[in-house]
Design a protein around this ligand. Structure first.
Ligand code: FMN
Length: 210
């Protein structure tokens, strides 16, 4: 009893608000099909106009797998990472709450309740698009070494994931833009991030305006 009281005190404020949200089990990703790579590259672009239509669970699962899923039995991913540290976490911020993508379990784990989409960026379209991905580097997974190196490596690693998302969206006809304009301090608090966790970039995904 006493232990659980102290454990509760240690939970960051953002995490408490996730109570009531259930984990979302994603359908198995479809890892074949899509447009040929050269066509997806031809069609890759940033778009800043979105409608509010939600992504179906299968599309969300495919998108997250393309972004940062596990593509080999040894647990390596669809994007490279420096020294295979795999320090980037992908958060999915939707109207229904904020979730952490657990690639191994293929589950979205609740992180914070409520609609935090507006907190993911200052640009107008951010709050209305169905999905904002937030990339978070956990420096605690990056070993020793200096901070400057960790910043450089984690931003490079994020870029590969973001490009996977761009190519998936080009293949699926989805609208997407990667963003450095993230309200880092506010969002870190809302997501209950530890001091060693740093938001690198965000990426808005949805259907474009017709
Ligand atoms: C690291 C990085 C940060 C970016 N940040 C933003 C941003 O905050 N807001 C935005 O609307 N676009 C942002 N972009 C998208 C660029 O503006 C876009 O890629 C560029 O204009 C070229 O357009 P294209 O992606 O259609 O080729 C960013 C792109 C990169 C690579």
């Amino acid at each position: 009893m006493r232990g659980s009281f102290f454990a509760l005190l240690l939970v960051p404020a953002g995490l408490l608000t996730a109570q009531g949200l259930k984990p979302i089990a994603l359908p198995a990703p479809e890892t074949s099909g899509g447009k040929p790579l050269m066509q997806a590259l031809k069609e890759r672009k940033s778009t800043r106009e979105f409608n509010s239509e939600k992504l179906p669970p299968q599309v969300l699962s495919n998108l997250l797998w393309a972004a940062w899923g596990i593509n080999r039995p040894d647990g390596r991913r669809t994007a490279p990472s420096a020294s295979n540290r795999q320090e980037i976490d992908v958060y999915a911020v939707t109207a229904g709450g904020a979730y952490l993508y657990d690639a191994r379990a293929n589950v979205l784990k609740p992180v914070a309740g409520g609609d935090l989409r507006k907190a993911t960026g200052s640009q107008g379209f951010v709050a209305g698009a169905p999905l904002n991905l937030v990339y978070v580097a956990d420096f605690a997974r990056m070993g020793g070494g200096d901070e400057t190196n960790k910043i450089a490596m984690s931003h490079a690693d994020t870029g590969f994931i973001a490009q996977n998302v761009y190519l998936f969206c080009a293949s699926e006809g989805l609208a997407v833009v990667v963003r450095a304009t993230v309200s880092r301090a506010e969002l870190s608090k809302d997501l209950g991030l530890r001091p060693e966790q740093h938001i690198t970039l965000a990426q808005t995904v949805g259907y474009g305006r017709k």
